[in-house]
Design a protein around this ligand. Structure first.
Ligand SMILES: [Zn+2]
Ligand SMILES: [Zn+2]
Length: 264
């Protein structure tokens, strides 16, 4: 079984841990170390088993504690080369990833960490680069896509046939329209430089759903322009039209949503 926990998911911090057979992998470390330590002790997660940290992109909500954690743990940090450079140059991230721990990821290339077989692919976003990850373990597979502007055809092979998905479902267009954001920001969110809506995520999932799909986790929900219930309902309803009734779980923005057991 693959164990999955989201420690936080959204614009105030993102951090995910995957564990199978005493091997663990972390994606992003965008939360404070104090909060991180509190959650891992609460959920009895053995951080010594974390063998690598994978980064999606350089934004602060994904990279806040990457330097500190890499210094403490000594583990390799995988990211696109330009993301490593951006973190290195960001004065706000004053604790740096030690050079010997830096691993540059190439899109489409396979690499192995513990029992995880990983492929990274490009996910369009307003960062220097952004990676999605497709991870295969002995028991299952999972694909993570966050901070995405729009779904591109070349990404579909990573979505199609997956058993588990962690996928962004950022905003509800109605809530955004009637919300209190300034017009410029509304436009940015709803435009090509922003994030994907519940409806866009629902459509892409429903078009690529197969009988292999077992669980969908919705990540990076907006605090002001979405609700967990609305995101879940929109995606479930669209999936039901295709006869798919699998669990859809919105991940909480600032706290864990429990440990999920995935796989056969
Ligand atoms: Zn983000
Ligand atoms: Zn971002």
């Amino acid at each position: 079984m693959l164990q999955f926990i989201s420690l936080s998911s959204g614009s105030s911090g993102n951090c995910y841990i995957f564990t199978e057979d005493h091997h663990s992998l972390m994606i992003d470390h965008g939360i404070g170390m104090r909060k991180f330590k509190k959650i891992v002790s609460e959920y009895k997660i053995n951080t010594d088993e974390i063998e690598a940290l994978l980064l999606t992109h350089e934004h602060f909500d994904h990279s806040r504690s990457v330097g500190e954690f890499s210094l403490l743990s000594g583990i390799p940090v995988y990211a696109h080369g330009s993301v490593h450079d951006a973190i290195q140059q960001n004065p706000r991230l004053y604790k740096k990833i030690p050079l010997p721990q830096r691993r540059d990821v190439t899109c489409g290339e396979n690499f192995i960490v513990g029992c995880f077989q990983i492929t990274a692919f490009n996910v369009p976003h307003d960062s220097v680069f952004n990676l999605g990850y497709f991870i295969t373990t002995p028991s299952t597979n999972i694909c993570l896509i966050t901070d995405i502007v729009s779904f591109q055809p070349q990404m579909l092979s990573y979505i199609h046939q997956r058993r588990n998905m962690v996928i962004q479902s950022n905003y509800d267009p109605e809530m955004l329209q009637h919300g209190k954001y300034p017009a410029m920001l509304k436009k940015r969110i709803a435009s090509e430089n922003g994030h994907t809506s519940n409806q866009q995520t629902a459509t892409i999932l429903s078009q690529n759903v197969t009988h292999n799909l077992q669980h969908i986790f919705l990540c990076h929900l907006s605090a002001n322009n979405n609700t967990p219930h609305l995101a879940q309902h929109t995606i479930e309803e669209k999936l039901r039209e295709t006869g798919c009734n699998i669990p859809v779980t919105p991940l909480a923005r600032t706290s864990p949503t429990g440990i999920f057991q995935l796989g056969d």
